[in-house]
Design a protein around this ligand. Structure first.
Ligand code: FAD
Length: 410
């Protein structure tokens, strides 16, 4: 029987969000415990990172362990539409900051982070699942946890960081879910041993092959010879393909003139996963005694690979505010957390909406390219969405549509 314990901060989930929060709190002497439902390494989707998240890993001292793992370097992103190529190079972006990051098999990536934390003395309980949480009037929580044998025990905490990703523990328990404003799209994806991978840069480039306004294929090569492939499309469209997920993905691959030959008839390393209507949102990001970070809070769309970066951005911000509060300083959670996170989410939300409206695609594939506009968009795609010197950040609601309309009228 595990004794019931008290901690300052209980973190639910050991994905990138949970690990970044845990690292920052642990480095600052806060008594924490991480509860993780799975046994690591475990598969999760979200394999293309953005340069902005390098700032977070560096700040919480998790960059060196990641560098040692030799993941595939990502220095930009390529978008294809028929014969037109739109190549973003992170070294040519408006905002100063990191000009590279990685494309990673998340099982390995998340395992590197969690293993490093364990080495440093962070208490992570794998295969323990949070099943219930209650809060008293002061915001002190009592969390019920089920161990691998099915035994239940409780932990009292002054604060809970819910980094449970798709588990969405507190949104479910506290009825915080709300429909996402992003149109309904779904995805089907797997990994393949990329035996026909071309040599040189072509073989390692992360690419988004745009089939039509709503449908696109991602190709994310890893340094271990495996490549992630996945389709995104309107839910109705993805569901118009029938049969097993393997059969559906194989049929959909025929839509890609560019990649069909490379990936046809390859064995899938696991039965393709189907995620229906993946966008998520919540009514609020914090409450007395808790804060939501990463996917547990919000997920928009995979098209700009912003998920992990928002997970680490929100986790680091939440951890900093908890430390500030524990040092007896007042924290205005609405302003310092919700408004800050929402500012960045709103920029990406505009880009996602304009992508599926077709306007952003008009900008990407219009020729000739405008180098200045491209640098400004590139900074957004690198995750630097809080840079007020970038008009593609400050005017995100109007600028894409306006320029697309101008280009179409030319
Ligand atoms: P996760 O990484 O999901 O970690 C949450 C952890 O919490 C898990 O380990 C889970 O086991 C644990 N947990 C859950 N419930 C419980 C419980 N009850 N008790 C204890 N532990 C629990 N993002 C990108 O950045 N790049 C991409 O290319 C990308 N592609 C995507 C493609 C698709 C189709 C989708 C749907 C998403 C994609 N994302 C991408 C988003 C990405 O998957 C997430 O944003 C990211 O994984 C969020 O990290 P996290 O730490 O919040 O949660």
């Amino acid at each position: 029987m595990i004794p019931n314990t008290n901690v300052d901060v209980l973190i639910i989930g050991a994905g990138p969000s949970g690990c970044v929060a845990a690292s920052h709190l642990h480095n600052n002497g806060i008594n924490i415990k991480v509860i993780e439902k799975s046994k690591f390494p475990r598969f999760v989707i979200g394999e293309s990172l953005l340069p902005r998240c390098m700032d977070h890993f560096e700040e919480v001292d998790l960059l060196n362990c990641l560098k040692d793992a030799n993941f595939e370097v990502k220095s930009g992103a390529r978008f294809l539409k028929n014969d037109i190529i739109c190549n973003f190079d992170f070294s040519k972006k408006h905002t100063p900051g990191w000009d590279w990051t990685w494309q990673v098999p998340r099982a390995d990536f998340d395992n590197v982070l969690a293993s490093e934390l364990i080495k440093r003395g962070v208490d992570i309980c794998f295969e323990h699942q949070v099943v219930d949480v209650i809060f008293n009037d002061e915001g002190i929580s009592t969390t019920t946890i089920k161990d691998p044998l099915g035994n239940k025990y409780t932990i009292k905490a002054n604060y809970i960081i819910d980094s449970s990703g798709y588990g969405r523990v507190l949104p479910r328990l506290l009825d915080l879910d709300k429909p996402s404003a992003i149109p309904e799209h779904s995805s089907i994806f797997t990994h393949v041993k990329d035996v026909r991978r071309p040599k040189g840069q072509e073989g390692t480039l992360i690419t988004f092959d745009v089939i039509d306004k709503d449908t696109w294929l991602w190709v994310i090569p890893f340094s271990n010879g495996v490549t992630s492939i996945g389709y995104v499309g309107k839910t109705d469209f993805v569901e118009s393909y029938k049969g097993s997920t393997s059969k559906r993905l194989s049929q959909m691959l025929q839509l890609s003139n560019y990649y069909h030959e490379r990936f046809k008839e390859l064995e899938y390393l696991f039965e393709p996963v189907y995620i229906k209507n993946y966008s998520k949102s919540v009514k609020k990001l914090y409450g007395k005694g808790y804060v939501l970070t990463g996917n547990s809070a919000e997920f928009l769309d995979p098209v700009f690979s912003s998920g992990v970066t928002f997970a680490t951005e929100s986790a680091l911000k939440a951890a900093k505010l908890i430390i500030k509060e524990s040092n007896q300083n007042t924290v205005n959670w609405e302003k310092e957390y919700t408004q800050y996170i929402k500012e960045g989410v709103d920029v990406f939300a505009s880009y996602v909406k304009e992508w599926y409206a077709g306007n952003l695609q008009t900008l990407f594939f219009h020729r000739p390219e405008n180098p200045k506009i491209k640098e400004q968009i590139c900074a957004v795609l690198a995750g630097y969405v809080w840079d007020k010197t970038n008009p593609f950040v400050t005017k995100h609601k109007r600028i894409i549509k306006m320029i697309a309309q101008y280009l179409t009228l030319q």
